[in-house]
Design a protein around this ligand. Structure first.
Ligand code: HEM
Ligand SMILES: *[C@@H]1O[C@H](CO)[C@@H](O)[C@H](O)[C@H]1NC(C)=O
Ligand SMILES: *[C@@H]1O[C@H](CO)[C@@H](O)[C@H](O)[C@H]1NC(C)=O
Length: 250
C-alpha cells in the first residue's frame, strides 16, 4: 500500500495534487483501485511498476518545461538508445553511479535511499554472475560478496552464460517493501555490484547504516521518490498525451 501510494503520487499528483480535480475528479480513485486490482492478481507487479518509474524518470524526455506545474505529459521521443545511455549499469563503480545520479540532479543520499527499492523484485543471473565466476577476468569471485551467499547464488546461476534464471534481490524478504535491503547490504549480501558499491565510501556507508531503521527509510524514500519523479518532467503544452502509452503519437 505504501508503495502504491508513492506510485499514485508520482504519476498523478506530484506536480499539482489537484490537476485532475475538474477534468476528471475520480482519476485518483480510478488509478488506485485499478492498480490494487492488478496487484492483487500479480504480486510481482509493484516491483515492475517501481522499476518502470525509475527508468521513465532517468530517460531523456524532449524539452522539459518546469514553469507550468500542472500535469505530467508524455515524451515525443522514445528511443531505446536513450535507455541504454541514461540508466545506470549494475556493473558501475561508486564514482560512475554518483555521476549518473548527479546528472539528474540527485545526490549520493538520494542514490542510497532509492537503491533501497531493491528490497523487492528479482534480477537475472547475467546482471551479477560476473561476481560469482569471473570478477576480474581470472575466473575469480568478488571478495566483497559474502561467500556463503555466493555459494548459494552459484546453485541458482550455474554459469556465466545463464541469461534466463532469476533470483530474489533481497533474499528472505523480497516480497516485502521494508528496510531489509540495508542490513543485508552491510552483511555483504547486496546482489548487484552497484549495491555493494554503496559501501565503498564512508559517507555513503553511513547513510546505509542510518537506513537500517525502517522509519528513516520510509521517510527518506518518499522524499527521494518525489525528487526522482520531478526529473525533466513535461508539463503544460510540452510533450503530448499518448493515445497508446508505449508509442509516440503519429
Ligand atoms: C543505483 C542504480 C541502479 C542500478 C545499477 C540498478 C540496476 C538494476 C538491475 C540490474 C536490476 C535487475 C534487472 C534484471 O536483471 O532483470 C534491477 C531491478 C530492480 N530495480 Fe534497480 N537499479 C538501480 C536503482 C534503482 C532505483 C532507483 C529503483 C527505483 C526507485 C530501482 C528499482 C528496481 C526494482 C523494483 C527492481 C526489480 C524489478 C523486477 O522485479 O522485475 N532500481 N535494478
Ligand atoms: C570507475 O570506473 C571508471 C570507468 O571504468 C574508471 O575510469 C574509474 O577509474 C573507476 N573508479 C574507481 C574508483 O574504481
Ligand atoms: C573471464 O574473463 C576473461 C577476461 O575478460 C576472459 O578472457 C575469459 O574468457 C572469461 N572466462 C569465462 C569463463 O567467460
Amino acid at each position: 500500500m505504501l508503495l502504491l501510494s508513492f506510485l499514485v503520487v508520482c504519476h498523478g499528483g506530484s506536480l499539482s495534487k489537484s490537476f485532475y480535480q475538474h477534468s476528471c475528479p475520480q482519476a485518483d480513485d480510478i488509478i488506485k483501485s485499478k492498480t490494487l486490482q492488478h496487484v492483487s492478481a500479480d504480486p510481482n507487479l509493484p516491483a515492475k511498476l517501481l522499476l518502470m518509474h525509475f527508468h521513465d524518470c532517468f530517460v531523456r524526455f524532449n524539452k522539459p518545461l518546469w514553469e507550468v506545474p500542472t500535469g505530467r505529459r508524455d515524451g515525443t521521443v522514445s528511443k531505446s538508445i536513450d535507455a541504454l545511455t541514461n540508466i545506470p549499469s549494475p556493473f558501475f563503480n561508486f564514482t560512475q553511479l554518483k555521476q549518473n545520479f548527479a546528472r539528474k540532479g540527485l545526490t549520493v543520499s538520494d542514490m542510497v535511499v532509492l537503491s533501497g527499492a531493491h528490497t523487492i523484485g528479482i534480477a537475472h543471473c547475467n546482471s551479477f554472475s560476473n561476481r560469482l565466476y569471473n570478477f576480474t577476468g581470472k575466473g575469480d569471485q568478488d571478495p566483497s560478496l559474502d561467500s556463503t551467499y555466493a555459494a548459494f547464488l552459484k546453485t541458482k546461476c550455474k554459469s556465466l552464460s545463464d541469461t534466463t534464471t532469476t533470483v530474489a534481490m533481497d533474499p528472505g524478504s523480497s516480497g516485502n517493501f521494508d528496510s531489509h535491503y540495508y542490513p543485508n547490504l552491510l552483511q555483504k549480501k547486496g546482489l548487484l555490484q552497484s549495491d555493494a558499491a554503496l559501501l565503498i565510501e564512508d559517507q555513503s556507508k553511513g547513510i546505509v547504516q542510518e537506513l537500517v531503521n525502517q522509519n528513516n527509510f520510509f521517510t527518506e524514500f518518499a522524499k527521494s521518490m518525489e525528487r526522482m519523479g520531478a526529473i525533466e518532467v513535461l508539463t503544460g503544452s510540452a510533450g503530448e498525451i499518448r493515445i497508446k502509452c508505449s508509442v509516440v503519437n503519429s
